[in-house]
Design a protein around this ligand. Structure first.
Ligand code: SAH
Ligand code: SF4
Length: 427
């Protein structure tokens, strides 16, 4: 999501006569687009800001700005704490950056952390920062109002709002015409996408189908689906369209009903399992990935074991796994105590990661000797003789180049695997 936002920022800046550079020493302005989801993400930014001090000393005209969630959360407090900063801009104020830069040029500091109820940057054509030109993100909504107890997002990204469906279709069409072959529709809870027109309401299932119909040669992915409202209608749309990828990211967070309730997730373990069964029934062969938080307030050993058993039952293909990190002002910070000792959090997280490693390995093992349609993304990291691409199930496949190029589809037979990668041969 931040990459996608940075592409909007680049577009605003380009329209105002600025250019981007990949050489930090050449830059007159440096923006850091930030995340507040866990304390570690913020600590990393603090270190980056420190590292910029010598550059600023060398070039006093250098302007440094902090953008995004951390700017929103800490506002002008950051000006006191980080003397390197000239600009503070929250996620809804990117159109204002040229004015903030003028303020900074006048020797003041530019700050705008006003959250909007309407801003979706719908009319801004993002400048693509990933130079490979095969796969792009399209932001379809902003903000979140789910208020999961642990989560800072509703406070730093504001009210949920959906973007004009036509502008999304237009963006996806123009990406296809410039050679892109995959788009990922982004939102914090894409299931609640809703755009009202005089002809009725466009929901997420309809939007997804409309994007898929642009061209069968363009794959469509999406993130993130919330387990509490992923509908059968959506699953049927995925099943009915070859180019809607057969991979669903469905963050469960915990396998324990007690914990889920305290997290304010809005579903139970049983309801989550029922949704997994529906996915298996409606979209056979669909990959499943998830997010897990270990060590949430009051999590007992029994709760933790329930997370492990749910992971095992589902057999996730992939997972993002984190230790709980208390975020100031969230419901959990106000209501509960962050009372799981760090050593226990670490131990539980390690068990979660070890189990997922085993599940991912099993999942890849099941793909052995099968043939998958792979969209080539570019050269593999390991060897210039190999390409790397993805299956519809979102698994990375590496294979010898042959007569193909990035953006092409090839059929690859899987011959070897690790827990992270499939290795195969074009047939
Ligand atoms: N909107 C998405 C999640 C966005 S945040 C959803 O609801 O699924 C991405 C992930 O970060 C979350 O799924 C959660 O697993 C993790 N996360 C969020 N807040 C966290 C916190 N305070 N501590 C640890 N992990 C957190
Ligand atoms: Fe955070 Fe929950 Fe919203 Fe996801 S749905 S962004 S976890 S509040």
């Amino acid at each position: 999501m931040n990459l996608s936002d940075s592409e909007i920022v680049a577009s605003v800046m380009l329209a105002n006569g600025y250019e981007t550079t990949t050489d930090i020493n050449e830059a007159g302005i440096i923006f850091l687009n930030t995340c507040s989801i866990r304390e570690k993400a913020e600590q990393r930014i603090r270190k980056r800001l420190q590292a910029l001090l010598p550059l600023k000393k060398k070039n006093p005209d250098l302007v440094v700005g902090i953008l995004g969630c951390m700017a929103e959360r800490l506002k002008d407090q950051l000006l006191l704490e980080e003397p390197v900063l000239d600009i503070i801009a929250g996620p809804d104020s990117y159109r204002d950056l040229p004015h903030l830069l003028e303020d900074a040029g006048d020797g003041q500091r530019g700050i705008n952390t006003i959250l909007s109820k309407e801003e979706t940057y719908a009319d801004i054509q993002p400048v693509r920062l990933d130079s490979r030109g095969v796969s792009a993100f399209i932001s379809i909504m902003r903000g979140c109002e789910n208020y999961c107890a642990y989560c800072v997002v509703p406070y730093v990204r504001g009210k949920e709002r959906s973007r004009d469906a036509d502008s999304i279709i237009q963006e996806a069409t123009s990406l296809f015409e410039s050679g892109y072959r995959e788009v990922t529709l982004l939102g914090q809870n894409v299931n609640s996408y809703q755009w009202k027109t005089i002809d009725g309401t466009v929901n997420f299932a309809t939007l997804l189908e409309r994007v898929a119909k642009i061209n069968p040669g363009m794959r469509v992915r999406f993130a993130t689906s919330h387990p509490k409202d992923i509908s059968d209608e959506l699953l049927q749309s995925i099943a009915a369209n070859h180019n809607i990828c057969k991979a669903i990211h469905l963050p469960v967070q915990s396998g324990s009903n007690n914990v889920l309730k305290r997290m304010n997730r809005g579903y139970t373990r049983e309801q989550y399992m029922e949704r997994i069964e529906a996915i298996r029934r409606i979209i056979p062969g669909c990959a499943l990935s998830t997010d897990i938080i270990s060590g949430f307030c009051d999590e007992s050993e029994v709760d933790h074991q329930q997370t492990l058993s749910l992971m095992e039952w589902t057999g996730f293909d992939f997972a993002y796994m984190f230790n709980y990190s208390e975020r100031p002002d969230t419901l959990a910070a106000k209501r509960y105590t962050d009372n799981i000792p760090p050593a226990i959090k670490e131990k539980r997280l390690k068990e979660v990661i070890d189990l997922q490693q085993k599940l991912s390995l099993n999942s890849n093992k099941r793909d052995l000797n099968k043939v998958f349609e792979v969209l080539i993304e570019g050269p593999s990291k390991r060897s210039p003789l190999q390409y790397s691409g993805r299956t519809s199930q979102n698994k990375v496949v590496v294979f010898l180049k042959e007569e193909s190029k990035p953006g092409d589809y090839v059929n690859v037979c899987i011959e070897k695997y690790t827990s992270a990668t499939l290795i195969g041969e074009v047939i």
